[in-house]
Design a protein around this ligand. Structure first.
Ligand SMILES: Nc1ncnc2c1ncn2[C@@H]1O[C@H](COP(=O)(O)OP(=O)(O)O)[C@@H](O)[C@H]1O
Ligand SMILES: [Mg+2]
Length: 328
């Protein structure tokens, strides 16, 4: 690990939100700014980050590490087409690795955080498998990508609910009573009548006073970052107010908003050609938004941003108006 390494896990409640697209291009943007960066394909069972980086699918990767064919993770890093950028492939050559035993997962995670880079981006699988939840725990500020539609937002909320349950569970591995309480709440949909993390905390406190206090501290430690993708209009951001209320009331969580990326035909064009959006479509709206997210990471990673939803909305609005003026 270099003097300081920032790990950025990129998750979403639903497939197709744009995690892999974002991981690839954000990694390129950070590398272009001069920071040693590694893009890691952790979507085990569905690895396709290589194609968004314009690479081939025959590279040895995490699958080989887990099968102990290659003992040293850094040996698997390959140049990814941009100076300062390296790629760590997933399990393209060794499929069916979506359920890895816990011990192997711990070994993998402890090696990932030691990789030599300033930024390490993790492309995760969709949904709330234990793999994804555990990889997401590698940072207190993981990214959640959503599209501005109701199902995507509900899926994000249930992903974050399962995430918080997993965090609590991980801290009380030996407490059978608390684990049973948690088991009941996993994977209940967010639309069912359900309890909040606050009331779960009271249930836990009733069993164990100190544990209740610890759960409150754990929830405060995590502050995920939300990226809107495939937006049509800046007004899509207005839903952020409702998201904040749900996060606060149901999950006792706060989030920062970190970017708004418009639906952009250049993205599909780049995917069709199997090349990254950057640098070929640098002037596209999506590429410009990704550049802004990269700069925000560099400047604000360790800070909370007050009113981030309003700031991102204002920025999306000025991009939108700028584009309209260009086309008129
Ligand atoms: N901002 C965008 N504008 C247009 N298309 C997009 C955008 N972001 C992603 N896509 C498209 O959505 C598809 C799914 O994206 P992907 O990154 O594979 O999602 P995930 O990894 O979350 O499943 C991609 O093939 C890409 O063409
Ligand atoms: Mg993906």
């Amino acid at each position: 690990m270099t003097a300081k390494t920032t790990i950025i896990p990129i998750a979403s409640g639903k497939g197709g939100a744009g995690k892999t697209f974002l991981t690839a291009n954000l990694a390129i943007a950070l590398a272009e700014m001069g920071y040693p960066t590694i893009a890691v394909d952790l979507d085990l069972g569905g690895s396709n980050l290589y194609s968004f980086l314009g690479l081939n699918n025959r590279l040895p990767g995490i699958g080989d590490f887990l099968k102990a064919r290659i003992a040293d993770l850094p040996e698997l890093l390959v140049p990814a087409g941009t100076p300062n950028l390296k790629f760590l492939a997933g399990d393209g050559r060794t499929p069916f690795l979506s359920n890895i035993p816990y011990g192997q997962k711990i070994r993998l995670m402890s090696n990932i955080i030691k990789l030599p880079a300033r930024y390490i981006l993790l492309d995760l699988g969709a949904g709330a498998s234990f793999n994804t939840l555990d990889f997401f725990r590698l940072s207190p500020h993981g990214f959640v990508v959503i599209t501005p539609e109701y199902p995507s937002i509900m899926n994000m909320l249930s992903f974050l609910k399962n995430f918080i349950l997993r965090v609590i569970e991980g801290n009380f591995i030996k407490n059978q009573r608390i684990r049973e309480l948690l088991q009941f709440h996993y994977n209940q949909s967010m639309t069912e009548k359900q309890i909040s993390i606050e009331s779960l905390t009271s249930e836990i406190a009733a069993v164990d006073d100190e544990a209740g206090e610890k759960v409150i501290q754990l929830c405060r430690r995590y502050r995920p970052r939300v990226i809107f993708n495939k937006g049509e209009h800046p007004d899509d951001m207005k839903i952020a107010k409702h998201i904040n209320t749900s996060l606060n009331n149901l999950l006792s969580l706060k989030a920062d908003y970190f970017g708004f990326i418009f639906e952009d035909s250049c993205v599909r064009a780049s995917v069709r050609k199997r090349i990254p959006l950057l640098p070929s479509y640098r002037q596209s709206m999506a590429a410009q938004s990704i550049g802004k997210i990269a700069r925000r990471i560099v400047k604000f990673w360790d800070r909370h941003i007050e009113n981030s939803d309003q700031l991102i909305y204002n920025q999306a609005l000025s991009e939108y108006k700028g584009e309209k003026n260009l086309n008129s």
